[in-house]
Write a protein that binds this ligand. Structure first.
Ligand code: SAH
Ligand code: SF4
Length: 449
């Protein structure tokens, strides 16, 4: 049995409301007991209307269900009292109201940041984060939810905790939006609401583009979640066909591109997908998105001391992006266990930002939120990673040092693909059960819905 208590994190999250239940996370279903009913929130309004009309039910029933699903607090069909009992039973037989089987929540930043560990029906775990920004001046209070699009990630950026986990599986549309519905219910208890959603949790959104596009459509549909499209950000490490797909739809979402280096030799190391779609192609595709939508693209740049933070790097970034509809967000790297890399210091980040500003680019420095619980966006799953053996960590560090040294000399080891970095101790096979021992070792867990 896995203990939910970790001696290093003795604080137990107290239930916030009477309906909060201390659910036993270890009882989460595992593979073999999968719930095959699709998640209701993955269905379009049209599909729901069809379902009702096929049963001879009046169309207003579909409306009632959509309201309950997207703005209501019901966590079971039984609570949807506006619907007749027969309809509720039929819905329950065919669909899941929630694809998240269980959730543990942990706060940080004096409650301004909270991380949720969601357990899915196959025992896989994903994470989402709430970041609250209190009202400032004329700026209203915001509640940003950072959500996962995949369980794990195949891209393997060496500074990223999720990348270290490896890839488990894509999330369905319902599994993506149910993370937002979870927070929406929780915020509603405090008479607050979700104001922004960012696809910056676990996974590469544009490698699961169909589900992500549908999820963003559901979240921005006025008949469903009703969030303004401009309040949704999709972050990508540079999947060019995915960016092109978004461009064809020309939505008003904010596109964020994880740049991290302006030249291929270095970006090949920091974002291994660069070997498939080099940086020029990525920026060209993002620029076409900006042209098609009129939306400024955000370029994220994780600042790693001595690796990508020199004034030369800044000048190359300025050359690459100048004159484009771009905003550069500099993010001090959050430290992760498997590298010795450190975040750049504040002075270096400011100097970097100034080089960008000199050519007229808009550059800001992001403060990481919730670092004390490893909950900063893009920094998820650190606590969930199977702990690698010290020898494996040491070997991975050695290879990274070698690669980054080569990249700094501008001689990338292109003949050695990134996957020669030694595998994790417990490489997760695709579609196999999550290791039981990986269940929330560091979460002082109390569940809430
Ligand atoms: N896969 C997508 C979205 C998830 S990652 C992407 O890479 O864009 C979201 C952001 O968090 C990315 O910009 C990523 O580079 C950043 N990130 C990952 N690990 C980080 C770390 N250790 N410190 C700071 N930012 C990190
Ligand atoms: Fe995947 Fe994004 Fe992490 Fe890279 S930074 S490994 S793309 S989640």
């Amino acid at each position: 049995m896995t203990s939910l208590m970790d001696p290093r994190t003795p604080t137990i999250v107290q239930p916030r409301r009477s309906q909060d239940r201390a659910l036993p996370l270890i009882d989460a279903p595992v593979a073999g007991q999968r719930d095959l009913r699709p998640g209701l929130s993955g269905l379009s309004s049209d599909a729901l209307r069809d379902w009702f009309s096929q049963r001879g039910e009046p169309s207003y029933r579909a409306r009632q269900l959509v309201d309950q699903l997207w703005s209501g607090r019901a966590v079971s069909f039984a609570e949807m009292r506006t619907l007749p009992a027969g309809v509720r039973a039929a819905l329950d037989a065919e669909f899941r109201l929630d694809t998240v089987a269980d959730t543990a929540v942990r706060p940080a930043d004096e409650g301004l940041t909270e991380k949720a560990l969601h357990i899915l029906d196959d025992g896989r775990t994903i994470e989402s984060v709430l970041m609250r920004y209190p009202a400032r001046g004329v700026r209203r209070e915001r509640a940003t939810i950072c959500i996962s699009s995949q369980a794990g990630c195949a891209v393997g950026c060496p500074f990223c905790a999720t990348g270290e986990l490896g890839f488990w599986r894509d999330l369905s549309t319902a599994e993506i939006v149910d993370q937002v519905r979870f927070w929406s219910r929780r915020l509603a208890a405090d008479e607050r609401r979700v104001t922004n959603v960012v696809f910056m949790g676990m996974g590469e959104p544009l490698l699961n583009a169909s589900a992500v596009v549908e999820a963003a459509a559901a979240l921005s549909d006025p008949d469903r979640f009703g969030l303004g499209a401009r309040h949704i950000t999709i972050s990508t490490s540079g999947v060019v066909p995915g960016i092109e797909r978004l461009t064809a739809l020309a939505p008003q979402y904010t596109l964020a591109v994880s740049l991290h280096a302006a030249r291929d030799a270095l970006r090949d190391v920091l974002v291994p997908l660069n070997r498939r779609w080099p940086v020029e192609q990525v920026v060209a595709a993002a620029t076409r998105y900006a042209d098609a939508t009129g939306r400024r693209v955000t370029y994220e740049y994780v600042m790693i001391a001595g690796i990508n933070d020199t004034l030369d790097d800044a000048a190359q970034t300025a050359t690459l992006l100048r004159g484009r509809l771009a905003h550069v967000n500099l993010i001090p790297m959050n430290q992760v266990a498997h590298t010795l890399w450190q975040p750049s210091d504040a002075g270096r980040i400011e100097a970097f930002a100034n080089v960008l500003r000199e050519v007229g680019l808009h550059a800001t420095v992001r403060r990481n939120r919730g670092t004390e619980i490893g909950a900063a966006c893009g920094q998820l799953a650190a606590e969930r990673a199977a702990r690698p053996a010290p020898a494996a960590v040491a070997r991975r560090r050695e290879i990274l040092v070698e690669r980054s040294a080569a990249a700094l000399r501008d001689t990338p080891p292109r003949d050695t693909p990134p996957r020669d970095i030694p595998p994790r101790d417990t490489p997760p096979p695709r579609e196999s059960p999550a290791p039981r021992g990986a269940t929330a070792p560091n979460h002082a867990g109390v569940t809430s819905r």
